[in-house]
Each structure stands twice: as C-alpha cells, then as structure tokens.
Design a protein around this ligand. Structure first.
Ligand code: FEO
Length: 402
C-alpha cells in the first residue's frame, strides 16, 4: 500500500518530510490565520539522517513521509536543531520507533531536551563551528543562541549548498506548495513579516549578526530550508534583504493607533488623532482591540515609526485588552518609536497615565503627556486630540531628517 503522505525532494540529498497543520490558529498567543507547517528534513546519503521532527500529534505524518523514501528504521542519525516542542514534541516517540544510532543537538539543546523529555538515552553535543561527517556528507553547525531560544542552531550541508535555518527565515503558512517561488510574493512578505514581528523582533541585533556571519562563512547557499513554511530556492537575496530591513527597524512614515473603548469616547479620540496624523502626511492604521489580535498589532508595528495607545479607565486601571497588548509589545522590544497615550475616563482617570508609563518602559518617545478626556469628548477635546496627532506627525518628520 502506498504511503498516505509523500516526501518532497528539495535537493540532491535532501527531502522534506514535515507536516502541514492546516488548522492551527493560535501558536502560543500568536494568531496564525493561515495555519503552519512543521518542517523536518531527511538527508539521504551513505547513511540516512533526520533533521528535526514535528509537533507530537503529527508523528505519523512525519514517519509516513519518511517511509515514502526509505524505511524509517534505516535512519541512523537524528539531529535536533531546536528543542521547542513544535519540532521535538514527537522526538521521544520517533526515537523509540526508529532507534537511531546517534542523536545530536547543541550543548544547550542537550540540556533543553533533557529538561523537556527526561529521556534515558545519550544526546551528543555539537559545538559552534563543528563539522560532522555523517554518511559521506559534511554538516557544519552554527549556534544561533537566542534566535530564538538559547539552544537554537543552524546547519549547513555543503554538498547541496543548503542551509537548514530552523525557525529563521520561516513563517506560519500552511500550503500544498513547498517552495517560496510557488507562492505569491504578497503572501510571503505578509506572513514573513508577521513571523518576524511576533517571534524574532526582540532578537533583531542577533539577526543582523547572523546575517553577517552567514555572509562571512564564504560558502555558497543555494537553498534555505526553514522549520516553518516554504523553502527558499530562488532569489535568496529577497528574503535576506527583508530580514536585514526588518531587523534594522528603521523608522517609517507610518503610525499605528491601538485602542479599546467602553462607550465610544476613546474611539472618538482615536479617530481624531488618526485624522490629524493623516493630514500631517503619515500613513495611519487604526487597530481597535475589539477586532484586532495582539499579533496583528505586532505585525503592523514592524515598519511603523509611531505608536499611539488609547484606553478607557476601568476600576483605576487601563482596559484589560490594552494591558494584554502592551505586555506583549513590551516583550517584543520594538525600537525607534515616537508616540503618545490617550483615553477617556469618568472619575480618576489612571488608565492613560498607566499606558504612558508602559510606553516609557518601552522607550517610546512620547511627544506629549497623556491626553485624557472626561466622559465624552466635546469639540475642544477633539481639537486637543487633533493637536496630539499633528504633534506626532511633526515629530516624525523631524526624526526622518535627523
Ligand atoms: Fe518553531 Fe521556536 O519553534
């Protein structure tokens, strides 16, 4: 009986044997509206090598794809590039079923796999710059600590000029196509940017160093094979250039206004601020939190130069949805932003002040003290909101000329 899942040939020695998760919509708090893939790769040389596994529920899909090429019991070596469970959830079961001779991970990966799975088997550590000759092919390992976990590493297969880039250059995108050149550019840019903004943004300086390091390797890279989404085999400069742009976080002529509202007052303020910034020449995106996910906000903020956050006050606090998105954004450490806080209140009005304190912690340069309106904004209050928007637009122009 033919295997229900097929491997896809990537290069002379490499097959894609991963899994497609069409249904996932929440990846640890990141809204994955197009699903995802967990990519694993089979190197078929003198020996058979499995690079990464898949999330636990997809173990049978992985082994079925392997079986379309070789008997899974022929896998002699398993390499784990990253211990997060979307790539290792099935590892213990795969090891039990396949019984490979050796398992490799980075030094930190050995510890992380032990702490995750408490397995009674040896995992061999490979170090930064190590070259392993396995099955007649050489694999060079580069540790990429904190990109995006401490254990992360990438591997270069010299024979095929192929970089197994693990989470780097990936995206959450379920598709029947395996290669980036089969998918519209608009989708690649949108999902690649969304992935970078939600996963890699805090480590932007490390991304820039990695790009430099890969370029200094002096090796030819024809294929980049990530652990999520499509494989890059044409025009690699495009994705490398996008990563360089996203990691640099240069201020752009765009403002993001994030807000929630109880009875419509903070929404009116957001509208007046947005209109004034548009008149001031900015591209403006309003993200009402009743209909915008925190990962939409992160994605919109990558490539923006201004962040304005509005909240009503509820029980002396900011609105819970605003607290959620600020907690998320603070962890992502966006850079080079100007902005402001605003919001309506009924009694004491702490909400906008608390948002201002959060923006301070994020090093957002606030152009004004928080703008607050009691109950419902009148014409004068809306004018003050317009002044705030105009001040942000003016400051953005100054920043662009600095
Ligand atoms: Fe795709 Fe960090 O795991």
């Amino acid at each position: 009986m033919p295997a229900p899942f097929e491997a896809v040939k990537v290069s002379e020695h490499v097959y894609w044997v991963g899994a497609i998760d069409w249904g996932i919509r929440d990846f640890h708090g990141y809204s994955t509206s197009r699903g995802s893939t967990y990519n694993a790769y089979l190197i078929v040389a003198d020996d058979i090598i499995l690079v990464d596994t898949v999330k636990a529920p997809f173990k049978d899909e992985l082994l079925s794809r392997v079986a379309s090429v070789v008997d899974p019991h022929d896998i002699r070596y398993v390499i784990s590039l990253h211990s997060e469970m979307d790539h290792t959830g099935s590892l213990p079961q795969v090891l039990r079923e396949v019984e490979p001779e050796k398992v490799f991970a980075s030094r930190m990966g050995v510890k992380a796999l032990t702490d995750h799975f408490h397995m009674d088997r040896e995992i061999i550590a490979v170090g930064d710059g190590d070259i392993l000759a396995l099955g007649g092919v050489d694999l060079t390992f580069l540790e990429t600590r904190m990109l995006h976990w401490p254990d992360s590493m990438v591997a270069y297969l010299a024979r095929d000029h192929l970089l197994f880039s693990q989470d780097g250059f990936g995206m959450h995108l379920a598709a029947s196509e395996r290669f980036a050149d089969e998918i519209p550019d608009s989708v690649l840019v949108e999902e690649g940017e969304r992935y970078f903004a939600n996963i890699l943004l805090p480590f932007s300086p490390l991304v820039l160093k990695l790009l430099e390091r890969v370029s200094n390797l002096g090796v030819e890279i024809d294929i980049i094979a990530p652990d999520h989404g499509p494989i890059w085999r044409e025009d690699l400069g495009k994705i490398l250039g996008l990563y360089s742009k996203w990691a640099t976080q240069e201020p752009a002529n765009k403002a993001v206004v994030v807000f929630d509202t109880m009875w419509g007052s903070t929404e009116k303020m957001a509208g007046a601020i947005g209109e004034a910034m548009t008149r001031g020449g900015l591209k403006v995106v309003l993200l009402p939190l009743k209909s915008s996910h925190r990962s939409d906000v992160a994605a919109q903020l990558l490539g923006a130069g201004a962040l304005l956050v509005g909240t009503p006050t509820i029980n002396n606090m900011m609105f819970p949805t605003v607290a959620d998105v600020l907690t998320y954004l603070e962890g992502l450490k966006p850079k080079n932003l100007v902005g402001a806080a605003f919001g309506s209140y009924g009694w004491s009005g702490e909400g906008a002040k608390l948002v201002g304190e959060a923006l301070d912690r994020m090093d957002v340069e606030q152009v004004r003290d928080p703008v607050r309106v009691k109950y419902v904004p009148d014409d004068e209050a809306l004018e003050a909101c317009g002044d705030l928007g105009a001040a942000v637009a003016k400051r953005m122009k100054e920043v662009a000329n600095e």
